[in-house]
Design a protein around this ligand. Structure first.
Ligand SMILES: NC(=O)c1ccc[n+]([C@@H]2O[C@H](COP(=O)([O-])OP(=O)(O)OC[C@H]3O[C@@H](n4cnc5c(N)ncnc54)[C@H](O)[C@@H]3O)[C@@H](O)[C@H]2O)c1
Ligand SMILES: [Zn+2]
Ligand SMILES: [Zn+2]
Length: 393
């Protein structure tokens, strides 16, 4: 089959790789019809590169049609349409039963000291082949795939794999009081979806910051108050002005470590050196190359006694936090990979009824598999209005 494969920093290609096969009796093989490119995929071709191998199949936001089922699979049959969560979780262990699917005890990577395996995501998380491919082997066929109706188009359901539960969890963890205020840092797919969900769940004031014009325009069209800068002093001043001088009840960091550093300190220079594009240069010059820039802004911006919710991924083992400031401001901090299945019962009914979150036209680009390398480049450099790209093999 054809698949998007990792070849190095900034280098993905489309290669012919062996077709996946049923290995365990509860496996299913899914023919992929849509597969998102995520901000997390950018980490893999930047700061997380040391944890990848040449030929790794990328992708963790897939959906498609079941083509083959193992002999113990009773919940699905060939022809069923499914979305595949990015966490590989059994949905039956103690952690999964607590709604902590990203900590699944069946797939935890204990030798790495890390949580549940993820599709298409580094040696730290099991090095499992991903879903930017024609076919995907999915374990736990009775409990992991999310069965969805045959209509409408993929766009309605595909974000159940990651964007929707990630943004939903970020908003839940933010604990915004009814009618309260939230600042969302970053307007990539995750931040954009956080603004929509926060409004949907009753936030009174939704403010967001970024520097990419198309992303700001999209949020503005949805009635979000946007701050067109990532400079900490400006964001803090502007958001205080909008919130009676106090700061918002909650801040969601939907930026993460971006390209501003590396979990391996020695890779720092390499990581920053390979981001030549204008946007990242702008982000770096206004926000600094400090990979904690967004988190530090969140700490300054949030009101005293408020909550910070991190959905952006951080990778540093020894990142310093201003604990005196955090303690004094009485900040609550919640974070983690999204526990996809924890939120499916809340989100799926909304998608079955209609499109209150605007997912049907959320994608800015839909491309065939062979054009994936170009699509990655556009998404990475935030060119051509690329906000959300779906690969459709
Ligand atoms: N927790 C999870 O389960 C989970 C799931 C998916 C993605 N993520 C993470 O969420 C983050 C966002 O993902 P995405 O797909 O939206 O990525 P993205 O790279 O498209 O979006 C990040 C946005 O942040 C902006 N930005 C950079 N520095 C900023 C700053 N200091 N202040 C404000 N904005 C700034 C960028 O211009 C960009 O638009 C990534 O770190 C990704 O790894 C986490
Ligand atoms: Zn993702
Ligand atoms: Zn489990």
């Amino acid at each position: 089959m054809r698949a998007v494969t990792w070849h190095g920093r900034g280098d993905v290609r489309v290669d012919t790789v062996p077709d996946p096969k049923i290995q365990d009796p509860t496996d299913v093989i899914v023919e992929i019809t849509s597969s998102g490119i995520c901000g997390s995929d950018l980490h893999l071709i930047e700061v997380m590169a040391p944890f990848m191998s040449v030929g790794d199949v990328m992708g963790h936001e897939p959906m498609g049609v079941v083509r083959e089922v193992g002999r113990e699979v009773t919940a699905l049959k060939a022809g069923d349409r499914v979305v595949v969560p990015f966490n590989i979780s059994c949905n039956t262990c103690w952690m999964c039963s607590q709604g902590l699917n990203s900590q699944c005890e069946t797939t935890q990577n204990r030798e790495q000291g890390m949580g549940a395996s993820l599709f298409g995501y580094t040696k730290l998380y099991g090095q499992v082949p991903g879903g930017q491919a024609e076919y995907l082997r999915v374990p736990f066929g009775n409990t992991l795939p999310i069965k969805v109706p045959d209509a409408p188009l993929d766009d309605r359901y595909v974000y159940l794999s990651d964007v929707l539960p990630t943004a939903w969890q970020a908003v839940q963890y933010a604990g915004i009081p009814q009618g309260g205020s939230v600042l969302v840092l970053g307007l990539g797919p995750i931040g954009d979806m956080c603004t929509r969900i926060a409004k949907h769940l009753g936030a009174g004031q939704v403010i967001a910051s970024d520097v990419v014009p198309e992303r700001l325009a999209r949020a503005r069209r949805n009635g979000i108050t946007v701050i067109d800068t990532t400079t900490q002093a400006d964001v803090v001043a502007q958001v205080r002005e909008l919130t009676d001088g106090r700061g918002p009840d909650a801040v969601i960091d939907a930026v993460g470590m971006e390209a501003h550093g590396s979990p391996v300190a020695s890779a720092l220079q390499k990581a920053t050196a390979i981001v030549p594009d204008a946007i990242m240069a702008k982000v770096m010059t206004v926000a600094g190359i400090d990979r904690m820039a967004a988190l530090n802004t969140a700490i300054e911006a949030v009101r005293r006694g408020g909550t910070i919710s991190l959905s952006g991924v951080y990778g540093g083992a020894t990142d310093p936090l201003p604990l005196m400031r955090m303690f004094d401001k009485q900040i609550q901090l919640r974070m983690g990979q999204a526990n996809v299945w924890r939120w499916v019962p809340d989100i799926l009914p909304l998608l079955l009824e209609g499109d209150p979150l605007g997912v049907d036209d959320f994608a800015t680009h839909r491309v065939p598999l062979e054009q994936a390398p170009e699509a990655y480049a556009n998404f990475r450099e935030k060119k051509d209005g690329a906000v959300k790209v779906l690969i459709q093999p």
